[in-house]
Design a protein around this ligand. Sequence first.
Ligand SMILES: *[C@@H]1O[C@H](CO)[C@@H](O)[C@H](O)[C@H]1NC(C)=O
Ligand SMILES: *[C@@H]1O[C@H](CO)[C@@H](O)[C@H](O)[C@H]1NC(C)=O
Ligand SMILES: *[C@@H]1O[C@H](CO)[C@@H](O)[C@H](O)[C@H]1NC(C)=O
Ligand SMILES: *[C@@H]1O[C@H](CO)[C@@H](O)[C@H](O)[C@H]1NC(C)=O
Ligand SMILES: *[C@@H]1O[C@H](CO)[C@@H](O)[C@H](O)[C@H]1NC(C)=O
Length: 809
Amino acid sequence: MGHKRLGAWRERWQRLVFVALLLFFKGSFAQIRYSISEEMKDGTVVGNIAKDLGTDPRTLKERGFRIVSSSRDSLFQIDQNDGILYVKGKIDREEICERSSVCLINLKTVLENPLEIHYVAVEVVDVNDHAPSFPEREKRLEISESAMPGARYQLPAARDPDGGTNSIQMYKLSTNDHFRIDVKERGEDRKMPFLILQKSLDRESKKIHKLLLTAVDGGRPPKSGTMEITVDVLDVNDNMPVFTKDVYSATLNENSPLGTTVIQVNATDLDNGPSGEVFYTFGNDVDSKMRKLFDLDPITGKIIVKGNLDFEEQKSYEIDIQASDRGPVPLTADKSVTIKIIDVNDNVPEIDVTSFSSAIAEDSRPGTTVALISVHDLDDGQNAKVSLSLPNDTAFKLMPSTQDNIYSLVTNSLLDREDVYEHDIVMVAKDAGEPSLSSHKTIKVIVSDVNDNSPEFLLTPYTFYLAENNIPGKSVFSVSAFDRDLNENALVNYQICRDCGDDSKHTSTLNINSENGMVYALKSFDFETVKSFQFHVLATDSGTPVRSTNVTITVFILDQNDNSPLILSPLSSNGSAEGVEEIPRNVNAGHLVAKVRAYDLDVGYNGWLLFSLQEVSDHTLFSLDRYTGQIRTLRPFTETDEAQHKLVILVKDNGNVSLSATATVLVNVVEPKEAFAASDVKGSLKDEDENNVTFYLVITLGSVSTLFLISIIVLIVMQCSKSTDYSSKYLQDPTYDGTLCHSIQYRSGDKRYMLVGPRMSIGSTIVPGSNGNTLVVPDRRSRASGEVSTLPITDTYTETREFLRVSIL
Ligand SMILES: *[C@@H]1O[C@H](CO)[C@@H](O)[C@H](O)[C@H]1NC(C)=O
Ligand SMILES: *[C@@H]1O[C@H](CO)[C@@H](O)[C@H](O)[C@H]1NC(C)=O
Ligand SMILES: *[C@@H]1O[C@H](CO)[C@@H](O)[C@H](O)[C@H]1NC(C)=O
Ligand SMILES: *[C@@H]1O[C@H](CO)[C@@H](O)[C@H](O)[C@H]1NC(C)=O
Ligand SMILES: *[C@@H]1O[C@H](CO)[C@@H](O)[C@H](O)[C@H]1NC(C)=O
């Protein structure tokens, strides 16, 4: 607008100056003005200068009429004959004046004689000879669909060389919904077209817009030029990814192997190209812990197990997933994925002993609590349901408490420390999972001692065999008791029982070491006075209350060969073993001269006496029975035999170190006198007759006895084969370890019936001369049958002996 006014004003000013100059130069030179259109043909008459100057055209030639202006003279020429100005060459206003609004060409004409200078102005008038044109035929524009209404896009301006009104006056745009054109004046005659977005574009509805821009000039008629505008609507990331599901949730077993796919998320994006490419990432607030456990495939959207999932640590996970497109300005969508972990029975039940008394007294009542035990399992549900049991313990049991999973371990029966002093209780906890897991725990319960056991003697009753003549003050034997309890309760003290009703005569001679049970005899025992006695020893422990036991001790005094044989006959009046026997000379061989009788206070071998002739005047005449001490004649006396014979008889016992005595028998052989002889013969005859008479009797009795004995033996054999128990019927001694079957065996050598002490079996051979531990049983039969007797032998015994001897032989 300003420019327009300026242009008009300048034009007016130029005209004013021009008029002023015209007035100034009136008279001396005239200003002639012509106007021609541009682009006139050669020779076109511009004007008649001579006429217009008032000069005679005929004089022109002689006056020398010409154009002096240098530059533009080529455009015009003057005909010197008539003074007419012609166009010479092409006059292009646009070339000469460019874009100035008034295009004037000033010519200077000279008449040389006389000099006259005339100025001629030729105005070249514009003709609309050019159409507007655009620098390019087509223009591509890329406009994002996100562009806001009002956005301006500069377009190339069209050009029109014509000036003035013939220049471009306006731009027009083909009809469309989205764009209009705006023109901006830039300096003189310059119009810049701008494409203005009127309404937002949407690529999804139309991708390309084709427009036609037309530039129109002000000529008459107007000329125009066009340009095609192609608008590519650029896609804008206007759609965000959308997850295909509203909720994503999955369940997953704990300890699932690495690489397990948990779930796959899926999001779609309607956009095109990168803006429609969806990739997945973890949300920003997914912490590193979760990232260690799960992996997310950015392309497929698969959530994959990456670490070890432990139900006991976390039971469910909430993972934020972000789906993004790859648009220039990416759009994102968030989704939370819930993963529930399912428990697997992977934890063994645990057993905790919460309170525990490791020692429990053995007299505790059944039901006494030993320990409180709690069980628990880190798993869930059935997998955490734990049952506790004692598989095979009967001494204890588990009592469930009111609280879940707490048990009390109580005694189930009476305990006995002496039986089991330490219980290893194995508890097994098992859960109800599938497969179930179990664990076990062992607790050691020690049973503490209570004085519930009395001392016990190793033997009861005790039997001791003590040799007589023991050294006073020396220990003779010892007793021992033990106590099954512990410590104090098992510390045993011994004492001799003074109020057990024993004969104080014996107990007072004994003493006992209270600690070790060693018994001391304060005096020497004499078998010949006391053969056995009993007493009691009391063993007492040191517990509270005190417990004690007594034991009966039977002491058998063993014989020692401390008595010499005593000669009973012959015995002289002053007590010496001497005797005189008178026998008639006519007695036969085998006549009983005398009988030496002796006995020994000792028993057994110590009392077993044997007779021998120590001194005899004539060995051929007398014989001595080794066992009976009977002295008999070996042959009838002859005349040559002396009248007096002295026999010294040695009586010896069979003790280890044997003791002996001697008896002296003087035999006086006398001449047979009637009376004397009679009595003597009677005696001897009686003897003989008796022998003869009894011979048959003996045979008879012998046969009867044999039969009887056979029956007895048969009977005994039968009884023995049935049972050996009859021993007790015959022998009351419990320490006796033989059987009757054996014990009744007679020995041809000694024909003795013996009870053998505890360290000997009846079968072992007893050598005559040894009296070790032998006792003579005062058995009737043995006494009757034995030729040796410890007691004075009466006639009656002798008789019987004779019979039995026959029968046995
Ligand atoms: C995601 O969903 C789309 C549309 O439902 C479907 O075409 C495509 O196959 C799905 N992708 C996957 C990986 O499931
Ligand atoms: C319990 O059983 C185990 C093995 O079966 C065995 O070794 C143990 O002695 C038993 N304990 C009891 C008290 O029975
Ligand atoms: C000795 O023991 C018997 C039975 O073992 C008992 O009856 C008696 O009373 C006891 N005597 C003493 C003095 O303890
Ligand atoms: C006993 O008497 C006998 C003679 O008969 C004589 O030899 C002996 O020495 C006497 N003994 C004593 C102890 O007196
Ligand atoms: C018996 O005598 C033998 C040797 O003569 C001896 O070794 C043994 O100890 C004696 N026995 C007794 C009980 O005196």
